[in-house]
Write a protein that binds this ligand. Sequence first.
Ligand code: PGA
Length: 253
Amino acid sequence: MRSKIVAGNWKMNNDANASKTLANELVAGLKDKSLQNTRVVVAPTFVNLTAVHEVVSGSVVEVAAQNMHQAKSGAFTGEISAEMLTSIGLKSVILGHSERREYFGETDALLAEKVTAALANGLEVIFCFGELLEDRKSENHFAVVESQISNALFSLDAGAWKQLVLAYEPVWAIGTGETATADQAQEMHAFIRKIVADKYDAALAEEVSILYGGSCKPGNAKEIFSKEDVDGGLIGGAALQAADFIAIIEAIQ
Ligand code: PGA
C-alpha cells in the first residue's frame, strides 16, 4: 500500500533557533499520536539540516533537503551534493519546486540530471511540478504536467520509482491563499497516475504517492486528502506553525 506523506517545506524561513524550536514542537506534538501509514517529513534550509535531524532523531519526523546539485563534488561555489546530504544521514530531497524553476532557472533537463544523481546516491526524491495560471486558463494544464513528468522522470527504469514521490503543485496556488479544489486536485492526480501506468504499469502507478501542494491548510486539508488519488501534501506556509502542521497531519488520518 502506498504511504501517505505530509511534508513541510520550510523554504528560506527559520534561523537556527527557530528551526530547532519548531522541530522540538513537532516531536512533542506528535509523540503520542499513532499515525496510520503516514510519514511526516520536514525540509529546513541547508544550514539547519543537521540540527533539525538531531532534534527529530528517534521520532516519526523525517528530514529532507529542499534542493541539491547534480554533480558529485567540485568547483560549484555555494552548492551541496547528494553525497553531502546522505553523509549527514538524510534520506530524501525535494527537487523541481516551482520556486527553483522560476527563480533559479531549473529546467526539466537539469532536473532529470538532479533526479538521477539523487537516486544514484540512494536518496528518495520528492519531485515537484505543476502548471502556471496561464496554462490552466488556456486548458494546457494536463499537457504541461505530462511534459514536466515525462521530461524529468520517464527515462528512469521502473525500479527507480520506488524512490520517487510526486508532488503536484499548481503554481497559481502556491503561497497565494488560492487552493485547487479537492476535485481539481483529484482530477490531476488521477491523470498523473494514469500517465505513469501507461508508461510503466498499473501496479507501479498504484504504489506511487502523489502529494498535493498549494495553500493547503488545516481548514482545507481534510477535504483535499479525502480524494482517492491524493496521498498527502507538500505544505509551505502552514508548515511553519507546529499546531497548523500537526492539524494537517491529523487531517489525513
Ligand atoms: P504554500 O506552499 O503551502 O505556502 O502554498 C506550498 C509549497 O510551495 O510547497
